[in-house]
Design a protein around this ligand. Structure first.
Ligand SMILES: [Zn+2]
Length: 102
């Protein structure tokens, strides 16, 4: 039981994880710890990986929603309306041409 047993004396490495929402999370690990390939993003809860170019895809059901994620979603209401408008007009166009949608 020497100096190495004291937590604050243990050497650390900062590992950066990337999630599908382009969050960048730096997670400190002990240099003795095995760094996992994936980590839950502390900002949104989605799985994050070490590869910034290839983050793990977001699961269809989100594990939880942070307040920040909720606020961001609210801000994109206008965008959502635009998408809805577009979808509705597309639906009307298709109806006119006689396609069966559902
Ligand atoms: Zn994230």
């Amino acid at each position: 039981m020497g100096e190495a047993e004291r937590g604050d004396a243990a050497p650390r490495q900062a590992v950066t994880y990337f999630c599908a929402r382009e969050h960048r999370s730096v997670v400190p690990f002990s240099t003795e710890a095995q760094v996992p390939d994936s980590w839950d993003c502390p900002k949104c809860g989605l799985p994050a990986s070490l590869d910034s170019d290839n983050p793990p895809p977001a699961p269809k059901i989100e594990p939880y929603k942070t307040h920040l994620a909720y606020v961001k979603e609210r801000r994109s209401d206008k965008e959502a309306e635009d998408i809805l408008d577009e979808a509705l007009s597309l639906l009307r166009t298709r109806r006119k041409s006689g396609d069966i949608i559902f």
